[in-house]
Design a protein around this ligand. Structure first.
Ligand code: 6PG
Length: 470
C-alpha cells in the first residue's frame, strides 16, 4: 500500500518503536524504518494485525507515506540526526515535514532548519519525556518550531500524549528550538530531583541504618502524600525489587557509578551562558561525575579517613524531617529550572508561557509531580513570575519546611554524609532571600587587583580606588 501511511518513524529503538505502537493504538497508520533490519523485522512481527508497516530501505519507507510526508526521527542526538537528514533529503519533496523527537541539543536546530528550508522542508524540534512506558502509553510532548508545522501533526500528538483531567500533556511551546530547550531544562530538573532523592536515601541508609525494606515503605508512604511524584514512586519500587540471581535486594548489587547522556550538563552549561544560577542542578551533574571516580573514591576513603557516625536516639523522628527537607529541596529545584526558562525565553525569543510548560509536565514525563499543580497556579496568577520562590503559596511552603531542611543539612554534615544537593538548595534559598549580599567585597577585590572599577550605593557611575601605595 503506497502513499497511505499518515506518519513515518525513523529509528525503531525503545522510544521510536513504542511511540509508533502508541500511534497505531490511537488509530493512525504508521510506517517505520531502521537501518538495523532486525528491528524492522521485530516491528513487522509485533504489528501483524495493525496499520503498521516496516520498511527495509529508506526509499521504500518514504514511498509508503502520504504526501506531503511527515517523518519523525527518534535517533541518538548529534551526528546521527544529521546523518539521517542527509540520507532522507534526496527522497523528500517541498512541503514535507521532519520532526526530531530525540534529545537533540537545542542549538543544533537552527542549522538544520536553514538547511531544510532551502529545500522547502519544514522542521519541528520536539522534546519527548516518559521513557519506554511513557512512549507506549502516553508521554509528555514538548514541541517547538513553526506553528503551522505543529498544526499538521497536532491531532496525532494530542492522541498519543498522556492525559491529565482529559487534557493532553502536549502544547506548542514556541518557535525555533523552544521544544528542545524546554526538554533540556526538564532533564536538568530531573537530575536535581534524582540527586536530592539519592541524598535522602544515603541519610536513611548510612545515617539511620534503615534496611531496604524500611526505605521502601518510607518512600511508598511519601508518594501518597505531598511528595507524590513519579520519581518518588519508582524509588519506592526500586527498594522492593529482589535480584533473581542472588536473592538480595537488587539495589545492593547495582554499582554506585551513574552514567549520563549529557542533557543535565547542557542545562548547566546554558545556565552558565545565560548567567542564571541553578546550583542544585549543577551539583547533580557534578555528583554524577564524581560517582565515576570509583577507584579514587576507594583510595580516598582510606586517606581521608573519618568514620561515618550514626544518628543516636529516636531514628523515626528523622522521617518527618527528611520528608520536609526533600519537599523544600524539590520546590527549590523546580524554581531554578523555571528561572532558567524565564531568562532563556527572552534571550532565545521563545515567548514561553511557563504555565503551559508546567501543564505539559503534569503527566507522562519523568518530573511529573503533585507539586506541578502549585507551579501551574503560580504562573496562572502571575505569568511573568521570575522565580517560583516569589509565589505566595510556594514561598509559604518553603518557609514552612525550611527549618527541617536546615536541621537535616546540619545533621548530615556532622555525620559526614554528603548532601551537597540539599546544601546548595538551602544556600540558594538563603542567598536568594538576601536583600544584601557580600558582592560589594567581590567588587572591591576586583578593583583592587585588576582596576575593574566598582559601583557605589550613593552615586551613579564607575569608580576606581588606588588601593595600595605600591
Ligand atoms: C525522559 C528522560 C530521557 C533521558 C534519560 C537518560 O524525559 O524521558 O529525561 O529523555 O534521556 O532519562 O538521561 P541521562 O542518561 O542523561 O540520565
Amino acid at each position: 500500500m503506497k502513499s497511505q501511511y499518515e506518519i513515518g518513524m525513523v529509528g525503531l529503538g525503545v522510544m521510536g518503536r513504542n511511540l509508533l505502537l502508541n500511534m497505531a493504538d490511537r488509530g493512525y497508520s504508521v510506517a517505520g524504518y531502521d537501518k538495523d533490519a532486525a528491528k524492522v523485522a521485530a516491528l513487522r512481527k509485533e504489528a501483524a494485525n495493525q496499520a503498521i508497516s516496516g520498511a527495509k530501505s529508506l526509499p521504500e519507507f518514504l514511498e509508503l507515506l502520504r504526501v506531503p510526508r511527515a517523518v519523525m526521527l527518534l535517533v541518538p542526538a548529534g551526528a546521527p540526526v544529521d546523518a539521517v537528514i542527509h540520507d532522507l533529503l534526496p527522497y523528500l519533496a517541498r512541503g514535507d515535514l521532519i520532526i526530531d523527537g530525540g534529545n537533540s541539543h537545542f542549538s543544533d536546530m537552527e542549522l538544520r532548519t536553514t538547511k531544510l528550508s532551502e529545500r522547502g522542508i519544514q522542521f519541528l524540534a520536539v522534546g519527548i519525556s516518559g521513557g519506554e512506558h511513557g512512549a507506549r502509553h502516553g508521554p509528555s510532548i514538548m514541541p517547538g518550531g513553526p506553528r503551522d508545522a505543529y498544526e499538521r501533526v497536532r491531532p496525532i500528538f494530542e492522541a498519543i500524549a498522556a492525559k491529565v483531567n482529559d487534557e493532553p500533556c502536549v502544547a506548542w511551546l514556541g518557535p525555533g528550538s523552544a521544544g528542545h530547550h524546554v526538554k533540556m531544562v526538564h532533564n536538568g530538573i530531573e537530575y536535581g530531583l534524582m540527586r536530592l532523592i539519592a541524598e535522602i536515601y544515603d541519610f536513611m541508609k548510612r545515617g539511620l541504618g534503615f534496611t531496604d525494606a524500611q526505605i521502601h515503605s518510607v518512600f511508598d508512604r511519601w508518594n501518597h502524600e505531598e511528595l507524590n511524584s513519579y520519581l518518588v514512586e519508582i524509588t519506592a519500587d526500586i527498594f522492593a525489587r529482589i535480584d533473581e540471581k542472588t536473592g538480595r535486594r537488587l539495589i545492593d548489587v547495582i554499582l554506585d557509578e551513574a552514567g549520563q547522556k549529557g542533557t543535565g550538563m547542557w542545562a548547566s552549561q546554558d545556565a552558565m551562558d545565560l548567567q542564571v544560577p541553578i546550583p542544585t542542578i549543577d551539583v547533580a551533574v557534578a555528583m554524577r561525575n564524581l560517582s565515576g571516580y570509583k577507584d579514587e573514591r576507594e583510595e580516598a576513603a582510606h586517606v581521608l579517613h573519618r568514620p561515618l557516625s550514626h544518628c543516636e536516639g529516636d531514628r523515626l523522628k528523622f522521617i518527618g524531617q527528611l520528608r520536609s527537607a526533600l519537599y523544600a529541596g524539590m520546590i527549590i529545584t523546580y524554581a531554578q529550572g523555571m528561572a532558567l526558562l524565564a531568562v532563556a525565553s527572552v534571550k532565545h525569543e521563545y515567548h514561553l508561557n511557563l504555565e503551559k510548560v508546567a501543564r505539559v509536565w503534569r503527566g507522562g514525563c519523568i518530573i511529573r509531580a503533585a507539586l506541578l499543580e502549585d507551579i501551574c497556579a503560580a504562573f496562572q496568577a502571575r505569568g511573568d513570575l521570575p522565580n517560583l520562590l516569589l509565589d505566595p503559596n510556594l514561598s509559604n511552603k518553603v518557609m514552612e519546611h525550611q527549618e527541617n531542611l536546615r536541621s537535616l543539612v546540619c545533621a548530615a554534615s556532622q555525620l559526614g554524609i554528603p548532601v551537597p544537593g540539599l546544601m546548595v538548595s538551602l544556600g540558594y534559598l538563603d542567598a536568594y532571600r538576601s536583600a544584601w549580599m557580600p558582592a560589594n567585597l567581590i567588587q572591591a577585590q576586583r578593583d583592587y587587583f585588576g582596576s575593574h572599577t566598582y559601583e557605589r550605593v550613593d552615586a551613579k557611575g564607575a569608580f576606581h580606588t588606588q588601593w595600595s601605595s605600591e
